[in-house]
Design a protein around this ligand. Structure first.
Ligand code: ADP
Ligand code: MG
Length: 282
């Protein structure tokens, strides 16, 4: 068994990184795939989305500085087949401390290697903070590939250009020469707006093989789930949002040609039309 590691990254906040990290991890786990979710964001949203306490000293922080083993921070998530390395505010300090350390881009890579080598997990999902700081760079240097969640809005392509340039820099730095762009997932999508449709088409034009067929709609169920400390798969297992994240998981696990035709795309079914965001008056 080999471990596949994926970071959820986008320098912009509020685009669905954490929601996608938690939902994907839960979708993998519900299939019996042993998964580790690593919360790399000092805000610890992924940690609390799974209903876990932010315990001081429980994060990746010490392992980044080489004073503890990362494996000692692994905790059960409460869901079968899913473990988590939680975050806490102290992790914010890591930005400064790690920057001063030797091989500062590869601290997480070094810390993660024994866990990958132990073959305990088939997937490691890393939730990055909303910046391109030291923590995100360490996340990118430590994984096989990057999934970029993005909202279909103005400047979406500019944002993608920034992150693809950073991926290139990480490769060229030698910290992670084989880093790949796993894919781009459109999130919080409201297909009723022309803008969303236009932006989605533009992104597909620029990244023809990299945009997932599955589009995650804007739905209150996804916004509500974290306050119950549950991923969408258990908070509302039959919801359209859960179905979308399951088909995103299908795409991740299967070669593109093998993805079934029924993959949810631009339009949500009538009974659960995208909520919130009222349409502007005509
Ligand atoms: N598809 C969605 N529909 C509605 N709300 C969403 C959706 N995805 C995420 N959210 C909510 O939007 C906010 C930002 O999402 P989050 O995943 O935390 O973004 P990021 O990690 O990129 O900052 C959170 O409150 C989250 O619950
Ligand atoms: Mg987040």
């Amino acid at each position: 068994m080999s471990t596949r590691s994926i970071a959820l990254a986008n320098q912009k906040g509020g685009v669905g990184k954490t929601t996608t990290a938690v939902s994907l991890a839960a979708c993998l786990a519900e299939r019996g795939i042993h998964t580790l979710l690593l919360d790399l964001d000092p805000q610890a949203n992924a940690t609390s989305a799974l209903g876990l306490e932010k315990l001081s000293g429980g994060s990746v922080y010490k392992a980044l500085l080489g004073t503890a083993l990362l494996a000692d921070s692994i905790q059960p998530s409460g869901l079968e087949h899913l473990d988590i390395i939680p975050s806490e505010v102290d992790l914010a300090v890591a930005e400064v401390d790690v920057a001063r350390a030797e091989n500062y881009l590869q601290r997480l890579q070094f810390a993660l290697t024994p866990i990958q080598g132990a073959d305990r997990y088939e997937f490691i999902i890393v939730d990055c903070p909303p910046s391109l700081g030291i923590l995100t760079m360490n996340g990118l240097a430590a994984v096989d590939s990057v999934m970029v969640p993005m909202q279909a809005e103005y400047f979406a392509l500019e944002g993608l250009a920034v992150i693809t340039r950073v991926l290139q820099q990480i490769r060229e730095s030698g910290a992670n020469p084989s880093l790949e762009l796993e894919g781009i997932v459109l999130t919080m999508y409201d297909g009723r707006t022309n803008l969303a449709q236009q932006v989605a088409a533009e992104v597909r034009k620029h990244f023809p093989d990299k945009v997932y067929k599955t589009i995650i709609p804007r739905t209150v169920r996804l916004a509500e789930a974290p306050s119950f400390g549950k991923p969408i798969t258990t908070y509302d297992t039959g919801s359209y949002a859960a179905k979308c994240y399951r088909s995103l998981t299908d795409e991740l696990l299967a070669p593109p040609a093998a993805v079934p035709e029924s993959t949810p795309t631009e339009s949500a079914p009538k009974e659960e039309a995208p909520s919130s965001t009222p349409l502007p008056a005509a």
